[in-house]
Design a binder for this molecule. Structure first.
Ligand code: G
Ligand code: G
Ligand code: MN
Ligand code: NA
Length: 250
C-alpha cells in the first residue's frame, strides 16, 4: 500500500494518536501545560512521528483535516485532566490558512467545554510570510475566541523580529538549537537572555525547547526564561499517561 493511501485512510480509521510532552515552570518545576504531538499508527509500520508525514500531508491537502482532528482531540483530552493546565497544538501553515480553522477551533471549545484560555495554538514564523494581512486577520479572529497564540521554533526563520513587530504573541518558544548552544561557550546565553528581556517588555511568556541537561535548565532559570520543555523534563507520552504525571507532582 502506498504511503499516501494509508495516510488518507488514517483519519477515518482513527489511526492518529496524540502524545503529550510536559512544559514546566523553570523555577518551581511545576507542570504548566502539555504540547500535543501527533503520531500515526500506520498498519505494518508501528508509530510514525509527525516529522515523517506532516510534509506529505501538507502536499496532499490532507493536513487541514488532520489539524482539525488534532484540535478536537486535544481539547477533549485536556478537558478531562485533573488540573486546568494549558494544552498546546501545532498548526501547519496550510491548516492555518484554511477557511475552516476558526470554526474548527470554536467547535472544539464548545464541544469539549474547555476554557478557551487553556488552548494554545502554535504557529511557525512561516505563517506570517506571504499574505501577512490575511494571516494577521486570522490571528485576531482566533484571539477573539479567547485562545492563546504561541510563536514556535523562534529564531530559525528569516523574519523573527518582524513576527514580533506584527503581532503580540502570548508565548515565544525558543528553538532547540539555541538551547543546545548553552552547553558550550558562544552567543546562545546572550541570545536567550535577550529574548526573555523582550518577553518581559512586550508581555510574552518565553519557553525553551529541547532542554536536555540540568545545566541548561539552571542557565535558563538564571536568564529569566519562564518555562521549559525537553527530554530532561519529560518525553511525549500517550494521553492515558498524563493524569499520573499530575499525581507525581503532589
Ligand atoms: O514529535 P515530532 O518529532 O514528530 O514533531 C516534529 C514536528 O512535527 C514538530 O515541528 C511539530 O511542530 C510537528 N507536529 C507535531 N504534531 C503536529 C500536529 O498535530 N500538527 C502539525 N501541523 N504539526 C505537528
Ligand atoms: O517544532 P516542535 O517544537 O513542535 O517540535 C517538537 C519536537 O521536538 C517533537 O518532535 C519532540 O519529540 C522533539 N523534542 C522534544 N524535546 C526534545 C529534546 O529535549 N531533544 C530533542 N532532540 N528533541 C526534542
Ligand atoms: Mn511545537
Ligand atoms: Na518548536
Amino acid at each position: 500500500r502506498k504511503f499516501e493511501q494509508d495516510l488518507g485512510d488514517a483519519a477515518q480509521a482513527e489511526r492518529f494518536e496524540l502524545h503529550y510532552q510536559p512544559e514546566v515552570d523553570t523555577r518551581t518545576g511545576a507542570i504548566v501545560g502539555f504540547e500535543a504531538l501527533l503520531r500515526w499508527n500506520r498498519p505494518g509500520h508501528g508509530m510514525v512521528a509527525a516529522a515523517d508525514f506532516i510534509a506529505l500531508a501538507e502536499e496532499t491537502g490532507l493536513i487541514a483535516h488532520v489539524d482539525d482532528w488534532v484540535i478536537g482531540r486535544a481539547c477533549a483530552d485536556a478537558a478531562g485532566w485533573p488540573k486546568p493546565v494549558r494544552v498546546a497544538v501545532n498548526l501547519s501553515p496550510t491548516a492555518f490558512r484554511s477557511r475552516t480553522l476558526v470554526g474548527a477551533v470554536a467547535r472544539a471549545l464548545a464541544d469539549s467545554g474547555l476554557a478557551p484560555a487553556r488552548l494554545e495554538l502554535e504557529i511557525g514564523e512561516a505563517v506570517l510570510r506571504g499574505d501577512g494581512a490575511r494571516a494577521l486577520a486570522i490571528l485576531h479572529q482566533l484571539r477573539g475566541l479567547g485562545v492563546r497564540i504561541a510563536l514556535d521554533d523562534f529564531g530559525t526563520g528569516h523574519s523573527s523580529l518582524d513576527c514580533l513587530r506584527l503581532f503580540s504573541f502570548d508565548k515565544v518558544k525558543i528553538d532547540p538549537s539555541f538551547i543546545a548552544g548553552l552547553s558550550e561557550p558562544g552567543p546562545c546565553a546572550a541570545i536567550v537572555r535577550a529574548v526573555t528581556r523582550l518577553g518581559a517588555a512586550l508581555g510574552f511568556v518565553t519557553t525553551a525547547e529541547g532542554v536536555e541537561t540540568a545545566d541548561q535548565l539552571a542557565q535558563l532559570r538564571e536568564q529569566g526564561c519562564d518555562t521549559a520543555q525537553g527530554y530532561l523534563l519529560g518525553r511525549a507520552g500517550p494521553a492515558d499517561e498524563v493524569p499520573a504525571l499530575f499525581a507525581q507532582q503532589r
